[in-house]
Write a protein that binds this ligand. Structure first.
Ligand SMILES: C[S@@+](CC[C@H](N)C(=O)[O-])C[C@H]1O[C@@H](n2cnc3c(N)ncnc32)[C@H](O)[C@@H]1O
Length: 392
């Protein structure tokens, strides 16, 4: 956290706010006011790793001591900033391991807050306090005594508490597993989730009033993930549509084993085939196809490895640690068909390609025609209406 305030900070916040407005966000002046009242630099470590929130944005170190101009520029740009690596075992300024906390990019933070649409006097539960910046923005918008934020990592929670206290903000901070919510503050009117979830924990709807709203990054593993805005029903379910991209680190208990499969270990046993389907259509090209594949082939995640010559390798891998099935497809420019390798007791490319064919047969619906219902009895993805669950 910076102890010094740059005299130009008001101008920096205004420029960032103007940029977000030009991109179609920040329509509500109360959030612009909150950005000023809760300046982001108070939540960013002096040495960290910044990644611009745009396709292909590559990361770079920032250090307030050695290059203050670059540090301030990154803090007041639409840039995500890693604040913890490998649960504290790694250095956020040189991240070799997975990010386990970040101060999310302002654009996505504002998009989520605007999707939440809290009304005056609403009680809000945030899952994933992280740096405390979002909890601070919510507290500034709603006032004292209305915001509860849960963070699973004790060290992060302590840092967030100090960051917030330096601005005289005191949301109720809880150290614990956010999957359980915080019954002591229920019923909530809004639940704001800032870590990715595949299966929506039922505690969140149970602790929310009927008509209340849960905003979350739905991250089923196939593709980056989707902003879901769910409304709570009287029978403890939550349902609503997917409305935009959302890439967040996962809720700890729903993390998946990381990285492409150890193909070298099992590659020799893979079955070899070929496909005429361009694999780029299944990942990255259409969010609607990603939703359909995630719903029809659950428990499978995807990676793409791109090369400068335009070729790429797509991986599909089962989300389990013990001997997962996997498939790879190589897109090679100029080829009529593409090599496929499949390993394990499932033929994952065949399953995924079939799901993609269903999506085409449905008329290639885009992401916002899909929705999610999370009920105590289970979760369903639907097309157009909750009574049309997948598979159709
Ligand atoms: C993207 S960061 C949140 C950013 C934060 N809202 C901010 O304004 O800086 C995600 C956070 O979720 C936390 N988290 C992951 N699993 C959690 C869980 N089960 N319960 C509570 N917090 C969790 C991580 O430790 C991490 O700090």
């Amino acid at each position: 956290m910076s102890g010094t305030d740059d005299p130009g900070v008001t101008g920096r916040i205004d420029r960032l706010a103007d940029e977000l407005t030009a991109l179609g966000g920040l329509a509500d002046p109360r959030w612009r006011a909150a950005l000023h009242a809760v300046p982001r630099h108070r939540f960013v470590p002096r040495a960290a790793w910044a990644v611009p929130d745009r396709p292909g944005g590559t990361g770079f170190p920032i250090d307030l001591e050695t290059d203050p101009a670059a540090w301030w520029d990154a803090v007041y740009a639409d840039t995500a900033i890693a604040t913890q690596v490998a649960e504290g075992a790694g250095d956020p300024a040189q991240p070799a391991g997975p990010w386990t906390s970040s101060c999310s990019a302002p654009g996505v933070v504002v998009t989520f807050l605007e999707a939440l649409r809290p009304l005056d006097h609403h009680r809000v539960l945030e899952i994933g306090t992280g740096s405390g910046w979002t909890a601070g923005l919510l507290t500034s918008r709603l006032g004292p005594g209305l915001v509860t934020s849960v963070e699973i990592d004790e060290a992060l929670a302590a840092r967030a508490a100090a960051n917030l206290a330096s601005l005289d903000l005191s949301p109720h901070l809880v150290v614990g597993d956010g999957a359980a919510g915080d019954p002591s503050g229920a019923p909530y009117d809004r639940v704001h989730v800032t870590c990715g979830v595949d299966q929506v924990p039922s505690a969140w709807a149970a602790q929310t009033r009927p008509g209340g709203v849960i905003v979350l990054p739905w991250s089923p593993g196939w593709g980056i993930g989707h902003l879901a805005v769910l409304t709570v029903t009287t029978d403890g379910a939550a349902l609503g549509r997917l409305s935009g991209p959302a890439g967040f680190m996962m809720l700890r208990s729903q993390r998946r084993p990381g990285g492409p499969p150890a193909a070298s270990a099992t590659g020799a046993k893979a079955a070899v085939a070929a496909t005429r389907t361009d694999p780029r259509g299944l990942l990255g090209a259409s969010p609607g196809a990603e939703v359909a594949i995630a719903a029809l082939v659950p428990g499978v995640r995807a990676y793409a490895e791109m090369a400068v010559d335009g070729s790429c390798r797509f991986w599909a891998i089962e989300s389990r640690a013990d001997d997962p099935a996997w498939a790879s497809v190589d897109f090679l420019p100029g080829r009529d068909d593409y090599p496929v390798h499949q390993y394990g007791d499932r033929r994952l490319w065949d399953e995924v390609e079939t799901a993609y064919q269903h999506w085409i047969a449905w008329g290639r619906p885009d992401r916002d025609r899909f929705g999610l219902t999370a009920a105590p009895s289970g979760q369903q993805v639907w097309l157009d209406r909750p009574d049309q669950p997948l598979p159709l």
